[in-house]
Design a protein around this ligand. Structure first.
Ligand SMILES: Nc1ncnc2c1ncn2[C@@H]1O[C@H](COP(=O)(O)OP(=O)(O)OP(=O)(O)O)[C@@H](O)[C@H]1O
Length: 316
């Protein structure tokens, strides 16, 4: 595997994403930059509403970016691009969605669901080739080829997510945005799906952007992680280092939040802990310094101390 590759596959450069107009404007993503190297799994963590999905969708070109740019193989994916490049991006960047129930068209057969991208992108010669590609993709994710003639409701949650993975794989992607791919699944089958993603990465030399709020999963699967808070990256570095020695107070707080068995309860608890209206503070756009290669923290020592004080006072 090319985990130590220094080839930048994705470059996110100073992107802002603003929703709404006028007074209702809301900046969901605020000056976010990061690179994803070929072959790695890059994690994006943060609590609900921090902007993770919005960033993933921007790389997928589902959400337009307001400022900044995103490069794939060093070339912009937005703006005035050739149709050949547009076609290539559509093929090579794929997404796996959180909720395998909602993301599959219930009225379509698996055969159509898996080959929709092939059809739209004209990625097959004849009908037999299309069918073969679908069957191969199903086998690769651990499903039987004959499942192609069934409907999504005939499958379990884990199997539906496998169909979602097959739909991405059939395009022969290079890069996959996996947006909370296991959080909607039954706890007992999460590991299987994670293992599948890992083994596909190895065999297909895939690069992942892995979006999650569950830190234990991020630690398990990612090489580097960016911690996002209110649309901004507050810390970015090698996952192991970041988890062993979190430098930003928000990362520390995220790590110290005791997971609750009930995810809804956990979410409420986290929101309480970080709600700035409760603790009377805001995390303003920080300046960053690279303290060691690839690891960024707040540049200003005074600001760091302030954040620490706020955190200590918040009882986190
Ligand atoms: N199309 C949209 N229009 C307006 N606001 C939006 C839109 N999409 C997202 N937002 C807002 O942007 C913010 C970030 O949302 P986003 O879904 O990216 O967060 P997230 O970190 O992925 O959270 P979650 O884990 O709940 O998906 C939220 O406040 C959300 O309400």
């Amino acid at each position: 595997m090319t985990k130590n590759s220094k080839e930048k596959l994705i470059e996110v450069k100073n992107i802002d994403i603003v929703f709404g107009q006028g007074k209702k404007q809301f900046k969901a993503v605020d000056d976010v930059s990061f690179d994803i190297y070929k072959g790695e799994t890059f994690g994006l963590v943060g609590e609900s509403g921090s902007g993770k999905t919005t960033i993933g969708r921007a790389i997928m070109r589902i959400n337009p970016i307001t400022n900044g740019e995103i490069l794939f193989h060093g070339k912009p994916i937005n703006g005035r691009i050739t149709s050949a490049w547009d076609h290539e991006i559509t093929q090579k960047i794929q997404m796996i969605f959180q909720d395998p129930g909602a993301s599959l068209n219930e009225r379509a057969k698996v055969d159509y669901i898996v080959s929709e991208g092939l059809i739209n992108n004209k990625r097959y010669g004849n009908e037999q080739e299309r069918i073969d590609k679908v069957k191969k993709a199903l086998l690769e994710v651990g499903l039987l080829p004959e499942f192609a003639s069934r409907f999504p409701h005939e499958f379990s949650g884990g199997q539906r997510q496998r169909i979602g993975i097959a739909r991405a794989l059939v395009m022969e992607p290079e890069f996959i945005v996996a947006d909370e791919p296991i959080s909607a699944l039954d706890v007992s089958i999460r590991a299987q799906v994670l293992n599948l993603l890992s083994s596909l990465q190895e065999h297909r030399e895939l690069t992942y952007l892995f979006i999650a709020h569950d830190l234990s999963i991020v630690r398990f699967i990612t090489d580097r992680t960016a911690v996002i808070y209110k649309g901004k990256i507050v810390e970015l570095g090698e996952t192991e280092k970041l988890f062993n020695n979190p430098l930003h107070p928000y990362t520390k707080a995220l790590l110290s939040a005791v997971p609750e068995p009930n995810p809804l309860k956990e979410r409420r608890k986290k929101l309480q802990v970080y709600d700035p209206t409760v603790h009377q503070y805001e995390m303003d756009p920080p300046e960053f310094a690279e303290i060691e290669e690839g690891h960024f923290v707040l540049a200003n020592q005074e600001e760091q101390a302030q954040y620490r004080a706020v955190l200590a006072g918040s009882g986190v």
